[in-house]
Design a protein around this ligand. Structure first.
Ligand code: BES
Ligand code: MN
Ligand code: ZN
Length: 491
C-alpha cells in the first residue's frame, strides 16, 4: 500500500473528507452545506471530535461519497484531534473500496496550515497501513490516491508540497519500524535485521557497519554474547552512523535499540501465551532504524549514531543459565538470576560500546524491556527513566507535539539496592517490585554519567488492538518523537 499525492479536486475525487469544527459546521459550497445542516438537525453529526458521518451526493456525471469528520471545539483543537479525524476518515473511505480521496484541510486560526497538512499526510499514511503479506488469499490492495488541499486551490504551493513530503517521510519511517516488528522471527533474525538496516541506510543516506560474533568477542561484549550463544543464529552488532553536522563531529547523539529478534525467556522460560508475540522484542531496534531513516532523509543538521546488539534468547546446550556470573564490556560482573531479564544484558554492552567506541555525548536507549511497564502504564504510554531532567524535558516536549505519550518514573537511589548481588557487582533482576525502574537503573550503571534517557516501550511498541492510525501489531512508537527531538536540535 502506498499513497500518491496527486492533484484531485473536490469534485473529481470519489470521496471527499471534510473536517468540521463543532462551532463552525459550515463550508463554502451551498449544496454541501445543506446536507451538513440536515445531518446536524437530525443529530447525526455535530462536529464532536471522533464523530463521523457519511452521505452520497450526485455530481455532474458521477456520484461522490462525502465523509464528515469532527474536530470538536476550535478552542480545544490539537494535532491529536486532526490525527484521529484523519484516521477515522481514511479508514472509512478505504473500507468502502474508494480510491481517489480528497482530504479538505480545515479552516482554523489555531494551527498553521503547514502543520495541519503535514499531520494529515502522516495520519493518512498510517491509517491505511496493513500487514497482509502472508495472507495468500488477500486480494492485492488498491493504491490510494490522496490529495490534501482546499477546494478551489488549483496548484499546491511549495510550502504545502514540502509539508506533505515531510508528513509522508515521517510516516514511512514509522512504517519501517512497524514492518520490522511485524515480520515473524523466522524472517527477521539478527542477520536479516542487519541486512534491513543496510538497505534502509542506503535508501535514506546513513552508513551501516555490521559486526559478527568474532568482533563481539574481541570487544569483550560478554553480557551480549552470553544471551546470544543459546541460539544457532549468529548475533550481530549493528552500527548506524549519520553525520549531518560535520563541523561539530564531537557532538553526537547516541541511540541504542534493544534487538532481541526473539525472546523465549531462555531457561527462565516464558509461558506459551507470553512467548507468542516475542518476535516484537526488537521494537527498540526497529524504532532506531525507522528514526535514522527519517533523520537522514530529511538531511537534519546533527550527528546521530545508533547501535543495536541483535540476537535471540533461546534454550540449548550452549545457552546461559540462571545462577551464572558473567562479565561485561565495561568490566562489571553480573549475576544472572533470571535468563528472561536478557534485554538489559545486551543493552549494557551496547551502551558501553556506543560511549567508549563511538564517542557519543548522550544516550537514548529504547527497549521492550519489562512487562511491568505494561502493568504500570498500559499500551499507550512509554515509561521513561533518566539521570538528566533537562534531557527528559526535551523529550517530553517533542512527545507532546507528536502525540507519543511518555511518563517519567522515579529513580531514587533506594531502588538500586534491589539490583545489588551477593556474589557479583549487580544482578540482572530486582524481582517483582518496581520492575521497570530497576531495569532502567541497571542500565544507568553503565552510562558513565552521560545524559541518558531510558524508554521502556514494552507497552507501546506493540498493540493488541486496531486503532484509528494503525492495526494490531507493531506501532512504530516512538519513531516520530525521536525524529522530532532530532529536528528541534537541527535548527
Ligand atoms: N521482552 C521482555 C519484556 C516484555 C514483556 C516485552 C511483555 C513486551 C511484552 C523482557 O525480556 C522480559 O522478559 N522481562 C522480564 C523481566 C523480569 C524477568 C525481571 C519481565 O518483564 O517479566
Ligand atoms: Mn525476556
Ligand atoms: Zn526481552
Amino acid at each position: 500500500m502506498s499513497i500518491n499525492y496527486r492533484n484531485l479536486t473536490c469534485s473529481t475525487a470519489d470521496a471527499l473528507v471534510i473536517y468540521l469544527l463543532e462551532d463552525n459546521l459550515a463550508v463554502s459550497n451551498e449544496e454541501l452545506n445543506k446536507n451538513i445542516k440536515f445531518a446536524e438537525e437530525r443529530e447525526l453529526f455535530k462536529g464532536k471530535n471522533g464523530e463521523i458521518y457519511r452521505f452520497t451526493r450526485a455530481l455532474d456525471n458521477t456520484i461522490q461519497t462525502v465523509v464528515l469528520v469532527g474536530l470538536g471545539k476550535e478552542e480545544n483543537l490539537t494535532l491529536d484531534n486532526v490525527r484521529e479525524a484523519t484516521g477515522k476518515g481514511v479508514k472509512k473511505v478505504k473500507a468502502l473500496g474508494l480510491k481517489n480521496i480528497f482530504l479538505r484541510v480545515p479552516h482554523t486560526e489555531k494551527i498553521n496550515l503547514e502543520e495541519l497538512i503535514k499531520t494529515m499526510a502522516t495520519s493518512a499514511e498510517l491509517a491505511s497501513y496493513t500487514f497482509n503479506k502472508y495472507k495468500t488469499s488477500e486480494m492485492e490492495e488498491k493504491e490510494l490516491n490522496i490529495s490534501i488541499s482546499r477546494c478551489g486551490i488549483k496548484e499546491a504551493t511549495k510550502e504545502i508540497e514540502e509539508a506533505i513530503n515531510e508528513g509522508v517521510e515521517v510516516a514511512k519511517g514509522i512504517i519501517i519500524a512497524r514492518n520490522l516488528v511485524n515480520e515473524p522471527s523466522n524472517v527477521i533474525y539478527p542477520e536479516t535485521l542487519a541486512e534491513e538496516a543496510i538497505k534502509v541506510g542506503k535508501e535514506s543516506g546513513f552508513e551501516v557497519e555490521v559486526h559478527g560474533v568474532d568482533k563481539i568477542k574481541a570487544l569483550k561484549m560478554e553480557a551480549f554474547y552470553n544471551v546470544a550463544k543459546g541460539s544457532s543464529k549468529e548475533p550481530k552488532l549493528i552500527v548506524m552512523r549519520y553525520f549531518g553536522d560535520k563541523d561539530n563531529k564531537d557532538n553526537v547523539l547516541g541511540l541504542v535499540g534493544k534487538g532481541l529478534t526473539y525472546d523465549s525467556g531462555g531457561y527462565s522460560i516464558k509461558p506459551t501465551d507470553s512467548m507468542l508475540d516475542m518476535k516484537s522484542d526488537m521494537g527498540g531496534a526497529a524504532s532506531v532504524i525507522g528514526a535514522m531513516s527519517i533523520i537522514a532523509k530529511r538531511g537534519l543538521k546533527l550527528n546521530v549514531i545508533a547501535v543495536v546488539a541483535a540476537c535471540e534468547n533461546l534454550i540449548s546446550g550452549e545457552a546461559y543459565k540462571p545462577g551464572e556470573v558473567i562479565g561485561t564490556m565495561a568490566g562489571k560482573t553480573i549475576e544472572v538470576v533470571n535468563t528472561d531479564a536478557e534485554g538489559r544484558l545486551t543493552l549494557v554492552d551496547a551502551v558501553h560500546y556506543i560511549i567508549t567506541e563511538e564517542k557519543v555525548n548522550e544516550v537514548i536507549d529504547l527497549a521492550t524491556l519489562t512487562g511491568a511497564a505494561l502493568v504500570a502504564l498500559g499500551e499507550t504510554t512509554t515509561a521513561v527513566v533518566t539521570n538528566n531532567q533537562n534531557f527528559f524535558e526535551e523529550l517530553k516536549s517533542a512527545s507532546e507535539y507528536t502525540g507519543d505519550k511518555m511518563w517519567q518514573l522515579p529513580a531514587f537511589d533506594d531502588y538500586k539496592k534491589l539490583i545489588k548481588s551477593d556474589i557479583a557487582d549487580l544482578k540482572n533482576s530486582g524481582g517483582r517490585f518496581a520492575g521497570t525502574i530497576t531495569a532502567g537503573l541497571f542500565i544507568e550503571a553503565f552510562v558513565q554519567d552521560k545524559p541518558w534517557l531510558h524508554l521502556d516501550i514494552a507497552g507501546t511498541a506493540w498493540t493488541s488492538k486496531n486503532s484509528d492510525l494503525g492495526v494490531k501489531g507493531g506501532t512504530g512508537a516512538p519513531v516520530h518523537t525521536l525524529y522530532e527531538l532530532a529536528k528541534r536540535r537541527s535548527k
